[in-house]
Design a protein around this ligand. Structure first.
Ligand code: ZN
Ligand code: FE
Length: 259
């Protein structure tokens, strides 16, 4: 039996953990402590780590975990990622024996240029590319680069479970409401996810269908978001990447007004 668990780390990260009651695979274990505690409590051995990108809150556990478990570490090519044992590129497949897992590797540059996402078993591990009702900041990429990555993710099946690396959903919903407040699916999600957080539960994984219906960063082809960008940019016919860029810039400005 395969289990998938979001382990909270730091203030708002999730370390996604697959296990079969014996062996485990972790995605983006930025902090080794909560992972080791869970593995010890459930008597699991860590067989492999998958890394989406080089930021410390995703890679900070590599050295300690490699030392303790001699696990394989799959990661994009980047010398800033410690202890990598297998480097990955777009189109590669990660095949693991224990637990039996298989992931397609998709390049999703934008948040960082090295960013990879992993797709398998009906799940998408998108790191800091897509969040619940939001998306990662453009630290290294451009709107064109990120919009192309998001188009790749939009082509995945609607039922895909979206496993993001941060619990930012409620703040993202607050922002989404400022530009897409008439969207009934968004209003419904706001109520549902606020209740989920009030119970202390994760809002993730969500589904790609829900993100397509509510997440402004995945709705840059939607007439309502195009209309929003038209007005904000004073441009009659913005390209999809410009619509995305406008939503990104509006969110960055909104973030700057908050404590
Ligand atoms: Zn990041
Ligand atoms: Fe992060």
């Amino acid at each position: 039996m395969l289990n998938l668990i979001p382990l909270p780390a730091f203030d708002d990260n999730y370390i996604w953990l697959w296990h079969d009651e014996q062996h485990a695979v972790a995605i983006d274990p930025g902090d080794p402590a909560p992972l080791i505690a869970y593995l010890d409590a459930h008597q699991l051995s860590l067989e492999a780590i998958l890394i989406t990108h080089h930021h410390r809150d995703h890679t900070g556990g590599n050295l300690a975990l490699r030392q303790r478990y001699a696990c394989a570490i799959y990661a994009p090519v980047n010398p800033r990622i410690p202890a990598t044992t297998h480097t990955l590129h777009h189109g590669d497949v990660v095949e693991l024996a224990h637990p039996p897992l298989r992931f397609d590797v998709i390049a999703t540059p934008g948040h960082t240029l090295d960013h990879l996402s992993y797709v398998g078993h009906g799940c998408l591990f998108c790191g800091d590319t897509v969040f619940g009702c939001g998306g990662g900041k453009l630290f290294e990429g451009t709107p064109d680069i990120m919009a192309a990555s998001l188009d790749t993710l939009l082509a995945l099946p609607d039922a895909t479970r979206v496993c993001c690396a941060h619990e930012y959903t409620l703040a993202n919903i607050d922002f989404a409401l400022t530009i897409d407040g008439d969207n009934p699916a968004l209003l419904e999600r706001a109520a549902a996810d606020r209740a989920t957080r009030a119970r202390g539960e994760p809002t993730l994984p969500s589904t790609l269908a829900l993100e397509k219906a509510t997440n402004p960063f995945l709705r840059f082809h939607h007439p309502d978001m195009i209309a929003f960008a038209r007005q904000a940019l004073h441009c009659a016919d913005p390209a999809p990447a410009e619509v995305y860029g406008c939503i990104r810039a509006t969110k960055d400005a909104w973030d700057a007004t908050r404590p």
